[in-house]
Design a protein around this ligand. Structure first.
Ligand code: HEC
Length: 109
């Protein structure tokens, strides 16, 4: 007789699929993405307040449209550092929108 797996144990199998369907801005900010984007928090701070030591400006509380426009520009090789350009290029449009919304919702430093 086989033991039945409790259905909850199967849940993690489906979570990656869910993440692809609706990217979490917070996850990307804290952990980067599977496409090689580094975690934004490493340079911009987990609270989005920026880190002078890394030269990364504050993003918290900026309009989401401004953040996604900057990301779209950098993804095309305009503005920012070479590293920031490669990070922006590693985000899908949906992921860029998700991180922009996440930072925009944080309180201004
Ligand atoms: C390795 C450090 C580093 C990481 C990781 C990083 N950034 Fe940056 N980012 C920078 C630096 C440095 C700048 C300033 C570049 C400049 O202005 O020349 C910058 C600039 C930006 C800007 C432009 C701000 C403006 O006002 O023009 C945005 C938007 C941005 N980063 C978003 C992100 C997002 C979103 C992530 C994560 C997916 C991220 N960054 C990850 C270092 C980093």
């Amino acid at each position: 007789m086989k033991a039945r797996l409790p259905p909850l144990l199967l849940l993690p199998l489906f979570l990656p699929g869910l993440a692809t369907a609706a990217p979490s801005g917070r996850d990307i900010v804290l952990h980067g993405n599977a496409n090689g984007a580094l975690p934004c928090a490493a340079c911009h701070g987990a609270n989005g307040a920026g880190k002078p030591a890394t030269g990364a400006p504050a993003l918290a509380g900026l309009p989401a449209g401004q953040i996604s426009a900057a990301l779209a520009n950098m993804a095309q090789g305009h503005g920012g550092t070479a590293l920031m350009q490669s990070i922006a290029a590693a985000l899908s449009p949906a992921e860029a929108a998700a991180v922009a919304a996440y930072f925009a919702a944080l309180p201004k430093p």
